[in-house]
Design a protein around this ligand. Structure first.
Ligand code: ADP
Length: 182
């Protein structure tokens, strides 16, 4: 994939982590702040991509990797047009994440980290208890692997920090100064 910069290259901000770790929450809060800054922003949500661009794919390593590469391809195209792309996808395999991220001139890998105990307690989509009961096969963190980044650009512990603390760290990493009192 040739993703050489043409003018004002946008940044790909790639959020990886378990289901329920907080990717969607943080991406949506961050989107609002970046829009206020006048940036062009596009969220690529793993679940939405699966319903559209990746319809029919399953949860084998091969299918998960295909999904991540498709998201990565679209993210790269958008970034070439100056868009800040916020990718929210479990993207469980380190090698595939690294491969996709290596293609971007400007990127930030964000590890959205919460313990399995925390995400099970949150059970945002009601899936962990089913997965633990064996009713869902290939469920990341329970019956399928999750390979955490070894050196993410940002490591957010959502079981220890509030949403606003995490968003502040994200804005700092993106070089956005927060308004006083925001
Ligand atoms: P994901 O998109 O990773 O599956 P969600 O964002 O849908 O996860 O769910 C995360 C849940 O955790 C939400 O209910 C959110 O309110 C809660 N939460 C608590 N603390 C945080 C935090 N610091 N960052 C993000 N989410 C948090």
């Amino acid at each position: 994939m040739n993703l050489h910069s043409r003018g004002q290259e946008g940044q790909v901000v790639w959020f990886t982590g378990l289901s329920g770790a907080g990717k969607t929450t943080l991406v949506s809060a961050l989107e609002g702040k970046l829009l206020e800054e006048g940036r062009k922003v596009q969220i690529l949500d793993g679940d939405l991509v699966r319903e559209n661009l990746s319809k029919g794919l399953g949860f084998s390593k091969e299918d998960r990797d295909t999904n991540v590469r498709r998201i990565g391809f679209v993210a790269g195209l958008l970034a070439q047009h100056g868009v800040t792309v916020l990718v929210s996808a479990i993207s469980p395999y380190r090698d595939t994440r690294d491969e996709v991220l290596a293609g971007y001139p400007r990127k930030l890998e964000v590890f959205v980290d919460a313990s399995l105990e925390t995400v099970t307690r949150r059970d945002v989509k009601g899936l962990y208890l089913k997965a633990i009961a064996g009713e869902i096969a290939h469920f990341t963190g329970v019956s399928d692997p999750y390979e955490a980044p070894l050196s993410p650009d940002l490591h957010l512990r959502t079981d220890r920090s509030s949403v606003s603390e995490c968003v502040s760290k994200l804005l700092g990493a993106l070089g956005v100064r927060e308004a006083v009192g925001a």
